[in-house]
Unconditional design. Structure first.
Lengths: 223, 144
């Protein structure tokens, strides 16, 4: 059903990428410099991660049978299960990374993710469209969390802060102090996660034709 | 041959993933505050962590001269990752948390306390407010 994945990619590259995201996603650096802490995934991020994996499976971005199944040996299944678990942990911690730590904004971000994933689930996108959609969703969350909110909380942010203050006039939105290094780490974390998603097993060409035929039979007929 | 090689790669990958995941979980459990503590934790987990003996001896010298602020700074330099129970014993009761099983014996003849149990009891006695605290003669009590 899927194109065969090189053993080294499945056994080393994918677990390393997703476990790195899982570890770095919860890293918090104090804005004043120095102190760091590691935040475990809140329960809501576990729910969001389950939903995200469901969306990926529906869109063909994640093909569970390409990682575990009766057609694989025990060792291959163990290797695939590690990839799935690491992907789940990485997804949960990516939401932790992109969500403010407290306040009304945390609720807003979680609702934003919840409704967007729900909407994507209903839209039934294909693999490529889901990848683009995730880049946009996570990219915007990153920009709001690490650029806009950080600028609002930073009195020395200059024109960015003034612009945001004007745009948000009347809205009771306060920024969240963020260490500059945290933004770079979050960017790298997000990039690693997206690279990991691209490296997941792809459907075999015949499977792609079957999916297209099911969803858009007119295209197959025309060819 | 190819199948054997692939099996070896998968076994090595499983070992790597298990070790990496265990490391991440241990980091989240230990909550290091600095990069030095993070690196020291890694070194300690493989038994490669060593305190700086020069700074440790300097800390001991300050401690015995009752220059506690200087001693604390020297002990922090000697054990920046706060992984060595014997060094931490001279700072606060972080030693109790670091010691295996929560028990530690320091064979320093100049101290009147040698175990983490005695240290904890002394710290707790210091936190209790009682009438005898008003006794001015208490300042003359011998330091342990």
């Amino acid at each position: 059903v899927t194109r065969p994945l090189p053993a080294a990619r499945e056994a080393f590259v994918l677990p390393a990428l997703f476990l790195t995201v899982a570890g770095a996603g919860g890293l918090r650096i104090a804005p004043a410099g120095g102190g760091m802490s590691f935040v475990p995934p809140p329960l809501i991020t576990l729910v969001l991660a389950v939903l995200l994996l469901g969306v990926m499976a529906r869109a063909g971005l994640l093909i569970p049978t390409g990682l575990v199944g009766d057609h694989r040996t025990g060792l291959e299944n163990a290797s695939g299960a590690v990839v799935l678990l690491a992907l789940f942990a990485a997804s949960a911690q990516l939401f932790t990374c992109l969500t403010p730590d407290a306040g009304i904004l945390r609720l807003v971000f979680n609702l934003f993710f919840l409704f967007l994933l729900w909407n994507t689930l209903a839209a039934q996108p294909d693999r490529t469209r889901l990848l683009r959609s995730l880049v946009v969703v996570f990219g915007w969350a990153y920009v709001v969390r690490y650029v806009a909110l950080a600028a609002l909380a930073d009195p020395e942010a200059g024109w960015t802060r003034r612009l945001l203050t004007v745009l948000l006039e009347g809205a009771a939105v306060s920024g969240e102090p963020t260490a500059p290094l945290a933004g770079y780490i979050a960017f790298a974390t997000l990039a690693l996660y997206m690279i990991g998603l691209v490296l997941l097993p792809r459907p075999a060409p015949s499977e792609v034709v079957a999916v297209v035929a099911a969803r858009a039979p007119d295209i197959v007929d025309a060819s | 041959m190819g199948a054997v090689r692939e099996a070896l790669v998968r076994v090595a990958g499983l070992v790597f993933a298990a070790a990496y995941a265990a490391f991440i979980v241990s980091v989240y459990a230990r909550q290091p505050r600095t990069v030095q503590q993070l690196a020291g934790g890694v070194a300690a987990s493989v038994g490669a962590y060593r305190v700086d003996p020069v700074n440790f001896q300097e800390g001991l010298r300050f401690f015995r001269n009752e220059q506690f602020l200087e001693a604390r700074a020297a002990f922090e330099r000697a054990d920046p990752a706060r992984q060595d129970p014997s060094t931490q014993f001279y700072i606060v009761d972080r030693a109790i948390a670091r010691a295996p099983g929560g028990r530690l014996v320091v064979a320093d003849p100049t101290l009147q306390m040698h175990t983490t149990d005695e240290l904890r009891a002394e710290l707790q006695r210091g936190l209790v407010r009682e009438l005898s605290d008003l006794n001015p003669m208490k300042v003359l009590e011998e330091r342990k």
